[in-house]
Write a protein that binds this ligand. Sequence first.
Ligand code: MN
Length: 581
Amino acid sequence: MLNILNKIKRKSDDPILIERAFNFAKNAHQGQKRLSGDDYILHPLKVALTLADKKLDSKTIAAALLHDVPDDTPISFNEIEKEFGKEVAFLVEGVSKLSRLRYPKKYNLPSILTSPVSPRAENLRKMFFAMAEDLRVILIKLADRLHNMETLKYVPEEKQKRLALETLEIFAPIADRLGMGEMKVKLADLTFPYLYPKEYDWLMENVKEKYEKREKYLRKIEPIVKKILKEEKIIPLDVHSRAKSYWSLYQKLLRNDMSFERIHDLVALRIIVKDLDSCYKTLGILHKQFRPLMGRIRDFIALPKPNGYQSIHTTCFCLEGKLIEFQIRTPDMHDQAEHGICAHWAYKEKIDPEVQRKQFIWIQQLKNWQKDIYKAQEFFEGLKIDFFKKRIFVFTPRGDVINLPEGACAIDFAYHIHSEVGMHCAGAKINGKLSQVSAPLKSGDIVEILIDKNKGPTRDWLKFVKTSLAHSRIRKELKNTLLESLKERISPGKIAKQILKKQGLLIRQRIKKAPRVILIGGEVGISFAIAKCCKPQPGDEIKAFIATAKSASVHKAHCKNLERNESLHPQKIIQASWKEF
Ligand code: MN
């Protein structure tokens, strides 16, 4: 154990800080054991060593030593901050936040061919970045995961598969995108036997001999290559063979009918030369000597991969007509290929944002993805990751990731799932607990919507929701329900008026004031109608005919209709007169 500590201290520019962090963590974890039976402190030590090997700064390494203290011991962040300052505490807190992220337990093992590219995995990776806030937090987390994968055999079986899948879907691709080739290969290879044991066993049975044969062959080629380069005054700094990783080899075999003969880079020959010019010269010399295979010359120097990878690859017919892949690069390019973002670290506290911007096209892509919230001048300030700051990532119970604006609540989530779900959203369970539908969600929350078919949106909802989708749907539904309730309570004529009024088409009815007050049987207030047959005018002699119990019709005294009624129902005829004003 002290061995490892001394190694770390030797690689660090602040051995005193490292020593202090180690002692602090050791005391905190006193008496705790890993599932392997080792003292717990061995784990943070291994994590710190991985990062020290990558030449990370002392604060990051101190944070790595302390990374499990707040979650696994009674010691708080405040105490860590008091002891080691803000920056170390910030990094430790970041790692702990990511560790507390609960990946949904339910999962389906994807087909071995499609596993790393599912949209769900892509969203999980984005969420990971959104929550990390600082790239160093991600680096600690990667190193942490590497050691956990190395000791996965001690973990209960049902947990093994889940951790391995998480590693394959999230951690290995993140390492790849940060250009950390070595880390990516290690992580992916470690997951292979746990996720696809049959395929792994098959590969182990079949590959060993093939690797050995290739390497033996390459040992024959090596001196010949060195010799022809020397003749043209190129002295390589290093020539070595590189075996393809198990995981990527298997993927390639799947795409090539499982035929080893078609995998030309099973073992490649790597040639490291001093500068860019020498790279292209070397390519020319090799091609002069060995015929290249058509379509297999790839210049990743002129056209780097999105993660910054640079190299020239070419596959040539060598001795006995066998095909060999050569990889030509400078020491800087090699460092970049193995360590990616960490290659620029080397004892620097800060990374040049300009360099990073060009190097990591993936981060550019993330930026574009978040164009609406991105502010150019804030991009990659130091190591802060702020391009996801205004977004949150939450889970459905099935483990899908939903991306919402900051401050969004369960109602936004429900409408994002489906408008029917939103419309009848009656409650929410957040991380298994019943919660207000209006409460703002946090990244990493698992959200379940409770539905009641008899319930619908209320005006209040408009105050809580953050997405325009939810906003417009709620408004629309509120309008519909308003019309529905009007139809139930009010006559169709009134609804028509309501609608006309909304559209500005309703003209207020003019009320005619005419001096048509009539005394019927000497009384005012009996309702009446002016008979249409004779249309009596004020001044005419009139009589009233009681047509119904409630109203009378007023006729001229000599109207023919009235006279007929009078002969039939004399009791229904009443005297009437115009009231004088
Ligand atoms: Mn850990």
